[in-house]
Design a protein around this ligand. Structure first.
Ligand SMILES: Nc1ccn([C@@H]2O[C@H](COP(=O)(O)OP(=O)(O)OP(=O)(O)O)[C@@H](O)[C@H]2O)c(=O)n1
Ligand SMILES: O=P(O)(O)OC[C@@H](O)[C@@H](O)[C@@H](O)CO
Length: 425
């Protein structure tokens, strides 16, 4: 089974060694929000809700393809979103008049997949497009359980008691809440089970049904494995949910960062000091030696990025990061902030005085690609890196890469460490 714990492509890829595709039903009108725009197309920080959901699945290398089922009148809009936000694994198909019909169209599309690199999936994940917060390790559990059991679904404890009413609108009886759970998404099915279930189900199921797990049991005799998921599984349904989703998106985007050390012991020590210091900000730091090979995944995820290079001539490191970001060809949905911290020795001119043109040119070119380059000299380190980071998070800059080069005398490391602690306390 998948290793529990932090979302980690490596453990998920080790678990899921079979083809998995995703169907995102997005053909609804979102009436309960009271808005004109269907909720899946409402934008947060300049980006439609559905793009966050797609991005979450695209960032998982073991997901081979994604099909989004949208209303016919929204097909052009969906195609534009796919192009504008450089979504690669996804294609749009027409949805249906009900959620089940949309999902069925998505499943059928997976069966007619023409892209040679994408075969028929072993497991199909079904996930409402308006549930943007899907965690990789949980999704991996659902996919594994679906492969073993034929069907698997996410559940959450009930918040309110379920009661049955009489036709006159009075209480008939209430259900014992402890015995029941709320059915959420993601759900997973083997391709055979979900396609058979939709071939055999009735018109009434298509018209009034809301539960795919029920179809698997009713029409394929497949009893879904139920797995309790995290509270983030909730569905955006009402207008208040849009506000909640926006604040969670902002919160999520500014809670993790990637530190690149070049593999040098002293840089790793500095990164460890930073990790201890930002722990108080409830930030999670991932420390990697470089952005090569597997570590290139850091460029794909919604990582926060600040580049902190401590070597006196590390403009090439800044350029290397910009090249890597360019190579990933991802739409930079928020400003990518590259902070260049330079631990200059007393006898050295500040970098800005020695290489002003190169830095200015690099910064102005990068700005056109939504990348903001900042510089800090160690002498200015009273405004310590950490407070700089929190300042940038407040600004809403969410892509912060910490790249720690070297050429730092050990005294500076200690001072940096001490300063980090002081700036946290
Ligand atoms: N004909 C439909 C109806 C719904 N959905 C999708 O199913 C998911 C969950 O459904 P729900 O929250 O009910 O969305 P809406 O039907 O849009 O909401 P409402 O009932 O408020 O109109 C959403 O992503 C929605 O876009 C769909 O693909 N096709
Ligand atoms: O019923 P709605 O169309 O609001 O949303 C669909 C939900 O019912 C569905 O996502 C889960 O209950 C799991 O089946």
């Amino acid at each position: 089974m998948c290793e529990a714990g932090k979302s980690d492509h490596h453990s998920a890829e080790r678990c899921v060694d079979f083809p998995v595709s995703v169907v995102l039903p997005a053909g609804g009108t979102g009436e309960r929000t009271g808005l004109q725009t269907p909720k899946q197309f409402c934008t947060f920080l300049g980006r439609p809700l559905i793009s966050y959901t797609i991005q979450a699945f695209e960032s998982m290398p073991w997901i081979q393809s994604i099909v989004v089922a949208v209303a016919k009148e929204n097909m052009d809009l969906m195609t534009d979103i796919i192009q504008r936000f450089k979504h690669r694994k996804v294609r749009a198909v027409p949805g249906g008049s009900t959620r089940h019909r949309s999902i069925c169209n998505g499943v059928l599309a997976l069966g007619e997949e023409e892209r040679p690199a994408v075969g028929r999936p072993k497991v199909v994940i079904i996930h409402d497009a308006v549930r943007p917060f899907v965690e990789e390790d949980f999704l991996c559990k659902i996919a594994m359980a679906a492969k073993e059991q034929g069907a698997a679904g996410a559940i959450r404890p009930l918040v309110s008691t379920v009661i049955a009413t009489t036709s006159e609108g009075y209480l008939d009886h209430s259900l014992e809440r402890a015995k029941y759970r709320a059915s959420e998404m993601p759900q997973g099915f083997t391709y055979d089970v979900i396609s058979q279930a939709y071939q055999r189900c009735s018109e009434s199921d298509f018209e009034f049904g809301t539960e795919c797990l029920h179809l698997a049991l009713q029409y394929c005799g497949t009893n879904a494995k139920l797995i309790e998921g995290p509270p983030t599984l909730w569905k955006v349904t009402y207008k208040r949910d849009l506000a909640a989703a926006e604040s969670i998106i902002k919160e999520t985007l500014s809670r993790s960062a990637c530190v690149i050390t070049g593999g040098l012991a002293e840089a790793v020590n500095l990164a460890d000091a930073l990790r201890k210091a930002v722990g108080a900000l409830d930030m999670e730091l991932d420390i990697v030696p470089d952005l090569m090979g597997d570590n290139a995944r850091c460029l794909l995820k919604e990582w926060n990025f600040i580049q902190v290079s401590v070597s006196h001539s590390c403009l090439s490191e800044v350029e290397a990061i910009l090249v890597a970001l360019e190579a990933e060809n991802r739409a930079l949905l928020h400003p990518v902030v590259v902070i260049w911290v330079h631990f200059s020795r007393t006898d050295e001119l500040p970098v800005s005085e020695r290489a002003p043109t190169a830095i200015t040119e690099l910064a102005s070119t990068a700005k056109h690609r939504n990348i903001l380059i900042y510089g800090i000299q160690l002498k200015q380190s009273k405004v310590m890196l950490l407070s700089y980071i929190s300042h940038l998070y407040i600004l809403g800059c969410t892509h912060i890469l910490i790249c720690i080069g070297i050429n730092v005398p050990s005294s500076a490391t200690k001072r940096m460490d001490r300063n980090f602690k002081s700036s946290v306390i």
